[in-house]
Design a protein around this ligand. Structure first.
Ligand SMILES: [Zn+2]
Length: 262
């Protein structure tokens, strides 16, 4: 009997080693709710060893993901729709999905924006105010062009992308409030969404209340998973993380389990 169990265990280990697909979240139950997708760069990196490879989605793959969302009955929603649903405490939107992009890279303007326009899909981009206009990042002009399209809203990703938990209360306050002031001045509208730098470990009980004290109403982390719909604000918004190099099967897992692998 013991030998049987050992043989079975060895077989399972072998199968997981031999077929990487098995190591994914297909065995978790599907969960209904609100999915926020987290992206960073949109562009082409050939070498999977490159540091930014997981953070870089190919434009053709992103296009296939948008088509997948539309073909499978999901509804791409804007920040305004998320906030309206929270205020109302109810929503008739079915299978809501939100596309979010961290850091404000220039490729969001050159590669992402044309796709959003082609498919009329809204997105939310989190800007690091001190990096706007520096090499590799979008300029204010590009940001305003995207805002004027009505498709893109912007949130704060702090002033300088430091790990907020390691800062003093005063430094945290500055990162959170100054970035809000600068964005509101440049964009000419209220900025209500905040995204913690270094997501999952980027906030704690000391940091999160400061975000709401500063006047934000919606906060995004990199904790993975599916959110309740409508989101009620009790905890930060979790985000699924489609990585560069992932397949459409992975994307299906992201949308139904909130993560493609554990
Ligand atoms: Zn970031």
């Amino acid at each position: 009997m013991m030998m049987c169990w050992l043989a079975l265990a060895a077989l399972v280990v072998y199968l997981f080693w031999r077929f990487p697909q098995l190591r994914k979240t297909w065995y978790l139950p599907k969960r209904k709710g609100f999915i926020a997708l987290m992206y960073h760069h949109v562009g082409i990196l050939e070498d999977p060893q490159e540091e930014q490879y997981p953070f870089t989605m190919r434009p053709d793959m992103l296009e296939r993901q948008i088509l997948f969302i539309k073909a499978n009955g999901y509804t791409p929603i804007s920040l305004a729709e998320l906030e309206n649903a929270r205020r109302a405490g109810k929503s008739s939107i079915q299978k809501p999905v939100m596309l979010t992009f961290d850091d404000g890279y220039e490729d969001n303007f050159t590669h992402l924006f044309p796709l959003l326009q082609k498919y009329n899909v809204p997105a939310l981009i989190f800007l690091i105010t001190k990096r706007v206009g520096t090499p590799g990042y979008m300029t204010w002009e590009q940001i305003l062009t995207m805002q004027q399209s009505g498709l893109v809203s912007f949130g704060s990703h702090s002033c300088s992308h430091r790990r907020l938990r390691s800062l003093s209360d005063e430094e945290i306050r500055q990162e959170i409030t100054q970035s809000k002031q600068i964005l509101e001045e440049k964009l000419g509208r209220p900025v209500t969404a905040f995204c913690y730098p270094y997501g999952a470990g980027g906030f704690d009980k000391r940091v999160r209340p400061q975000v709401f004290e500063a006047g934000y109403t919606t906060d995004f982390s990199t904790k993975k998973g599916v959110n309740p719909w409508p989101w009620k604000g009790k905890s930060t918004i979790r985000r699924a993380f489609p990585r560069g190099g992932e397949t459409l099967f992975d994307f299906h897992l992201q949308l139904t389990r909130g993560q493609s692998k554990l």
